[in-house]
Design a protein around this ligand. Structure first.
Ligand SMILES: C[S@@+](CC[C@H](N)C(=O)[O-])C[C@H]1O[C@@H](n2cnc3c(N)ncnc32)[C@H](O)[C@@H]1O
Length: 199
């Protein structure tokens, strides 16, 4: 099975995926280097995932995209912008571009992951699980995932939670990197749902 893991980060979502040929795309060379260390068998490409999707979506059996969530998150909008007065930003519409593009063009299984937006979603997600929304072209049954309160968790808690040890790496903002990770049991659950439903 050929998988495209877009905006791969540290590959939290990918930890339990097995028997697959995985191509990961990440724009930060520093983050990609850690991913490569964690998953040496994967093909990791330092590139713009948004562009990569357009040019390569037909080459894979399963596509996962986790575009950056900061501009959609209620955390940033409600807490940072309104109350802390940081520079406001527009929501990044690339999230919606990718969903619409995949809906219209992609015949193989795909899923786009993001946070629950602070504004009404333009396209209803297939399912909301834990703190995430998922848009997909396959059924993802609802399921309860309980876990740590990610907003308050510190690096040691997050490393344990995601089973990722970053102690040997020099990286800025390890806490944010770990907070970005999708928990591995959830990544595995979605992957299982994609395989369960026949094309
Ligand atoms: C939400 S995190 C991904 C988390 C990942 N799915 C996991 O479970 O660990 C988003 C990642 O996308 C990367 N990124 C941001 N813009 C990008 C772009 N245009 N192309 C590729 N990667 C990008 C960020 O550096 C970050 O590591």
């Amino acid at each position: 099975m050929k998988i495209l893991n877009l905006y791969s980060g540290l590959g939290g979502n990918r930890k339990l995926w097995k028997n697959a040929e995985i191509t990961a795309v990440e724009s930060s060379a520093e983050i990609a280097a850690v991913y490569k260390d964690l998953y040496p068998g994967d093909n990791i490409i330092v590139d713009d995932a948004h562009k990569y999707l357009l040019n390569h979506y037909q080459k894979f059996d399963f596509i996962w995209a986790s575009p950056p969530c900061q501009t959609h998150s209620s955390f940033r909008q409600n807490i940072c912008v309104r109350y802390r007065g940081t520079q406001p930003v527009y929501p990044d519409m690339k999230l919606w571009q990718e969903i619409v593009f995949l809906q219209a063009n992609c015949d193989t299984k795909w899923v786009v992951e993001n946070v629950k937006p602070y504004y009404p979603a333009f396209i209803q997600p297939t399912v909301s699980l834990e703190r995430h929304c998922f848009w997909s072209n396959f059924t993802i049954p609802d399921k309860k995932f309980t876990g740590v309160k990610i907003r308050k968790a510190q690096i040691p808690d997050l490393q344990k939670y995601h089973d990722i040890d970053l102690s040997k790496y020099k990286l800025p903002n390890k806490r944010q990197l770990l907070r970005n990770c999708v928990r591995y049991d959830l990544g595995d659950y979605i992957f299982g749902a994609a395989q369960y439903e026949k094309k």
